[in-house]
Design a protein around this ligand. Structure first.
Ligand code: PGA
Length: 242
């Protein structure tokens, strides 16, 4: 595990974007595993800025996203498909055919999850997986207690995650989908490189617990201690307890 200390959110975002940019330069046709949430937005902004300066080219890149709400159509502004297009894909030269997210409208969970694992296999696996971390240690939608050996699967969101996400649904909890399709811990651990971004005081406790505590399904992110190429980029506040 490599820990990179950044001063603040902007610095964290630039450092993470630098690592992604290096990956794309070294392997232009790489597979990037991407994440939604508030934390990676600055990283995407930085990558867009460098794209606009002609410093990075996404034309050969393939992406696979971590997760998607079950039941939400792509066009819903709160779908992760929309999030990724608004915050990243619409602003760079990625080939739309190279963009993959689980299909939330396929309500046949077993079929959709199997299909998504096959997609990841068919593109050759993930070269670099970008991740955030939830306050409870979740990665993707792998909540505490999730089995380490799962591939893509359907999950019931915990109350904590529903509450954390209701800010995106006009603060109305009843509008937040209650299930999601998510890459499993096994899928994430199979990525050749894993890059986590984390910022803010509110995440300091969980960072300490996940990366300096025992490896346990109760803290899903803790398994990343075992990953051969895991990089944690955090701002001063998030890394203040380690
Ligand atoms: P956040 O979410 O970046 O919005 O804090 C992280 C996560 O839940 O994975």
């Amino acid at each position: 595990m490599k820990i990179i200390r950044a001063k603040d959110y902007y610095d964290m975002s630039r450092k993470a974007a630098n690592i992604i940019s290096a990956q794309v330069i070294m392997k232009p046709n790489c597979v990037l595993g991407l994440a939604t949430g508030g934390t990676p937005v600055g990283t995407y902004k930085q990558l867009i800025e460098w794209y606009n300066k002609d410093d990075i080219d996404f034309s050969e890149v393939t992406t696979v996203n971590l997760d998607e709400y079950r039941g939400l159509p792509r066009e819903n502004p709160q779908s992760y498909w929309s999030f990724m297009h608004d915050n990243f894909f619409n602003h760079v030269n990625i080939n739309p055919e190279h963009i993959h997210l689980p299909d939330g409208t396929n309500l046949d969970a077993a079929a959709e999850c199997k299909h998504y694992d096959e997609v990841i296999q068919s593109v050759g696996g993930i070269d670099l997986q970008l991740l955030g971390i939830g306050h409870d240690g979740h990665i993707g939608f792998n909540e505490p207690g999730a089995a380490f050996e799962l591939g893509t699967h359907c999950v019931n969101l915990t109350q904590e995650t529903i509450e954390a996400n209701k800010r995106f649904f006009d603060g109305d909890e009843s509008l937040v989908p209650k299930q999601a399709y998510t890459m499993g811990i096994k899928t994430i651990m199979q990525a050749r490189k894993v890059l986590m971004v984390v910022n803010g005081k509110g995440k300091a406790e969980i960072v300490k617990k996940a990366f300096f505590g025992p490896v346990t399904p109760e803290v899903p992110a803790s398994i990343l201690q075992m990953h051969p190429d895991f990089i944690l980029v955090g701002d001063a506040e998030a890394l203040s307890l380690i």
